[in-house]
Design a protein around this ligand. Structure first.
Ligand code: PDD
Length: 285
């Protein structure tokens, strides 16, 4: 049985408990992070911790523990659960107020901190990375502060189900004619050697993998444009791919039934995946 962390304690998953009054449960009043693990090491922990701090700040929630303690908890869970490849999921909510009330409770209410691991052997060497994935486009019906990593994930879940029903793997969301991002990842196209991905703003999550991949791309002298693009432009691109902590760089080979480029993973996505995995493994902690 897995060991999970809840509010200061490491407990068997069957014994972990959170209140029915927890605002994460009642109001989706919580934020989260997903940090990948490769070779038993955490990938880009500092980036995830920084984004967590920012998400909490935007929602006027306090950090439940200091960053070094957070790192210790992550490492301890990876060790206890013997994770070689997988993820650590972290969630902070505004905690359990005495009753259901829309207004935020006072400082006396302690935030809830929960972490658990997910073992995913073969995460780095995945069949999806070799074959590429198919995506469909759907309207972006989420709220307006997608830069805050909240646990309001119902629409992204619906998007995955729409993709599944259409025989695809994921969905890219479109707003005012332009792609924002994937249901749980950032979206990219490649045309004539230039990598194009949407600029940062409140419309998308500021991916930690995105930041690393764009840095590696620029270091490798690849051209990067941060701007919006349409589904039509993506369908006419040479390559497409997504990035996230759980997929790294993953080629997209079909959008709304149209094959991208040769309909197989392209050289830029493949190279970026290799560089990302190699550099991340080296820098893992
Ligand atoms: N999702 N955009 C959205 C909407 C996301 O949910 C995610 C991450 C990303 C990529 O961010 P990062 O590179 O920091 O993982 C972009 C995580 C993995 C999840 O919900 O499981």
């Amino acid at each position: 049985m897995r060991t999970v962390y809840v509010n200061g304690q490491f407990v068997p998953e069957g014994e972990a408990k959170v209140s029915v009054f927890d605002r994460g449960f009642l109001f989706a009043d919580g934020v989260y992070e997903v940090t990948s693990v490769l070779g038993g090491k955490l990938i880009d922990f500092a980036g995830h911790a920084a984004r967590l701090r920012r998400s909490l700040g935007e929602l006027e929630m306090r950090m439940p523990v200091e960053e070094d303690e957070l790192l210790d908890i992550h490492r301890e869970l990876v060790r206890i659960n013997e994770i070689d490849e997988g993820m650590v999921y972290l969630q902070v909510t505004r905690g359990a107020a005495a009753d259901r009330d829309f207004a935020y409770p006072g400082e006396e209410v302690e935030p809830t901190l929960v972490l658990f691991t997910q073992s995913k052997p073969g995460l780095a060497d995945s069949p999806a990375a070799r074959a590429g994935i198919k995506v469909i486009s759907i309207p972006d019906a989420r709220w307006g502060r997608r830069d805050i990593k909240t646990v309001q994930l119902l629409y992204p879940s619906m998007g995955k189900m729409m993709a599944k029903a259409a025989g695809a793997d994921d969905a890219w969301m479109v707003e005012d004619g332009a792609v924002t991002e994937g249901t749980s990842n950032n979206a990219y196209i490649v045309k004539d050697g230039t990598i194009v991905t949407r600029q940062l703003g409140t419309e998308i999550l500021h991916g930690i993998t995105r930041a690393a991949v764009l840095r590696f791309a620029r270091e490798a002298q690849m051209k990067v444009e941060e701007r919006a693009f349409t589904i039509e432009e993506a369908q006419a691109a040479d390559e497409a791919f997504i990035t996230s902590a759980s997929t790294f760089v993953l080629p997209v080979v079909e959008i709304d039934g149209t094959a991208i480029g040769a309909g197989a993973p392209g050289p830029v996505a493949k190279r970026l995946r290799e560089i990302y995995l190699e550099e991340s493994r080296k820098a893992g902690i």
